[in-house]
Design a protein around this ligand. Structure first.
Ligand code: NAD
Length: 358
């Protein structure tokens, strides 16, 4: 039994990692999350009563809070997922992305380094097993427009948005802390995730919920932007494998072998909803009729595609879900968990939480 300090554990992917660690391993989890708009403790209701689960509300940019958290919980593994993660928000307001993703990651690295160097003196065996796993995105590699190329672990960085530039910066910092100080780090770069508990501002949940409400399904530009989609629980299992078995200093790309154009994703969702919810809102003949093309996002990358052969070969990870099975599960989850997303939509997921805290 080891202690995993997971940052951003109340977010979309972080909560999947926490649920996987509590439900399917014997490890302890310390979830460190600031609870921004993207943090939702209701995504952890299935595990919050476990005596192996602890929650610390803190900002990764708060050096004293990070020092105290390492001191109190003595983690064996750090899985760093806390970030500002939404590209559109980074275009509207980049400063918060630099603060959390770049400055916050630096503060966390320093807290981890101080703690790990202390362990080297007090508990060399624990220090030797310590890992700092930084979770990043394939967006750091930029755009593959007009090529059949795949992103590999050695593809040069060429980020396009304030979000991907801030994530690229944090990846460089993590590598520097490994090369300069010997901190035992690992990095993963993953493609687009989808699945349960995804915040409704992101493409897939937005389309499901808008379609159910009979609202327009806004698709950027011509909808031909290609992403490689991975079911979030497959990503969570890959991350735990890398944190537990990966080689220190290495980077692993994670992807789902599911290159799809955005418009294809939206049409797939419409078809799934036709089967499951044929009784549509008034005035809607077919869900597809709700598709509306809107002005493209500035700097929008056209194609991302991952070569995930390294993690498959070296760590034996492959995704369990196909695009079809994962999308079906996702639509079913949103249909069965209306309370979760309605409380996000009406803001009560934040109001009630604040009520509990005060
Ligand atoms: P998310 O936005 O759903 O969750 C982020 C979490 O971090 C939230 O719980 C939020 O409260 C917390 N957080 C934000 N700022 C914080 C701070 N300063 N201190 C402490 N906590 C803070 O994000 P996600 O989609 O779950 O992504 C998690 C990580 O995975 C991110 O680092 C992201 O870059 C990376 N990633 C995401 C995807 C994807 O498709 N969503 C793909 C590849 C990589």
């Amino acid at each position: 039994m080891r202690t995993f300090l997971v940052t951003g554990g109340a977010g979309f992917i972080g909560s999947a990692v926490v649920r996987e660690l509590i439900e399917n391993t014997g490890h302890c989890v310390v979830n460190v999350d600031k609870l921004t708009y993207a943090g939702n403790l209701e995504s952890l209701s299935s595990v919050e009563s476990s005596d192996r689960y602890h929650f610390v509300q803190a900002d990764i940019g708060d050096a004293e809070a990070m020092r105290a958290t390492f001191e109190a919980h003595q983690p064996d593994v750090v899985m760093h997922l806390a970030a500002e993660s939404h590209v559109d928000r980074s275009i509207d307001g980049p400063a918060e992305f630099i603060q959390t993703n770049v400055v916050g990651t630096t503060v966390l690295l320093e807290a981890a380094r101080t703690y790990w160097q202390g362990l080297q003196a007090s508990n060399p065996e624990k220090a030797a097993g310590f890992r700092f796993h930084h979770i990043s995105t394939d967006e750091v590699y930029g755009d593959l427009e007009g090529t059949d190329d795949l992103f590999t672990e050695t593809t040069p960085y060429a980020p396009s948005s304030p979000y991907s530039a801030s994530k690229a910066s944090s990846d460089h910092l993590v590598r520097a802390w490994q090369r300069t100080y010997g901190l035992p780090t690992l990095i993963t770069n993953c493609s687009n995730n989808y699945g349960p508990y995804h915040f409704p501002e992101k493409l897939i949940p937005l389309m499901i919920l808008n379609a159910l409400a009979g609202k327009a399904l806004p698709v950027y530009g011509d909808g031909q932007q290609v992403r490689d989609w991975l079911y979030v629980e497959d990503h969570a299992r890959a991350l735990i494998k890398v944190a537990s078995e990966g080689q220190v200093g290495e980077t692993y790309n994670i992807g789902g072998h599911n290159e799809k154009a955005n418009i294809e994703v939206v049409r797939t969702l419409c078809a799934l909803l036709e089967e499951r919810v044929p009784d549509k809102p008034a005035g809607v003949a077919r869900y597809e009729d709700l598709i509306t093309f809107v002005a493209d996002r500035p700097g929008h990358d056209v194609r991302y595609a991952i070569d995930a052969s390294k993690i498959e070969r070296e760590l034996g990870w492959t995704p369990a879900e196909t695009f079809e099975s994962g999308m079906g599960k996702t639509v079913d989850w949103y249909l069965a968990n209306r309370e979760w997303w309605q409380r996000v939509q009406d803001g009560s997921y934040r109001g009630e939480r604040l009520g509990v805290l005060t």
